[in-house]
Design a protein around this ligand. Structure first.
Ligand SMILES: C[S@@+](CC[C@H](N)C(=O)[O-])C[C@H]1O[C@@H](n2cnc3c(N)ncnc32)[C@H](O)[C@@H]1O
Length: 109
């Protein structure tokens, strides 16, 4: 499957379903938050949510004071949705639309 095909697949999902209609929706991503605590993540830690979509993990991390956050996803629709939900708070987050299997990481540093 090409990046274009993958992107079309995910854009279609995020365009046709509401945030809470997808099977993976979590109001609070408890397990991800627990794992970040387990590894000792600090508010200054650089954290990237790969395949973050429209997840509320970023909302929860901002609320806990994390300040070096990036969300990467193939779907611009999903990232736009998360960004719109966050309002001004979303300005503090780096948003990257990319295929993680194809991207040149140094382009985003
Ligand atoms: C099952 S959803 C989970 C989304 C989010 N982590 C959450 O919990 O709400 C999988 C996500 O991975 C993204 N994704 C799939 N393949 C990807 C790839 N190769 N590069 C970047 N994102 C990808 C999709 O666009 C989708 O947002």
């Amino acid at each position: 499957m090409t990046t274009t095909d993958r992107q079309a697949h995910w854009e279609n999902i995020y365009t046709t379903k509401g945030e809470a209609e997808v099977s993976w929706f979590e109001e609070t991503p408890t397990e991800s938050l627990r794992l970040l605590q387990l590894v000792g993540a600090q508010p200054s830690s650089a954290i990237i949510d790969v395949g973050g979509g429209a997840s509320r993990l970023v909302d929860n991390l901002l609320a806990k004071g994390f300040e070096n956050l990036t969300v990467l996803d193939l779907s611009a629709v999903a990232l736009d949705s998360a960004r719109a939900r966050l309002g001004d708070k979303g300005d503090a987050v780096k948003w990257i639309v990319a295929d993680v299997t194809e991207m040149a990481a140094d382009r985003y540093i």
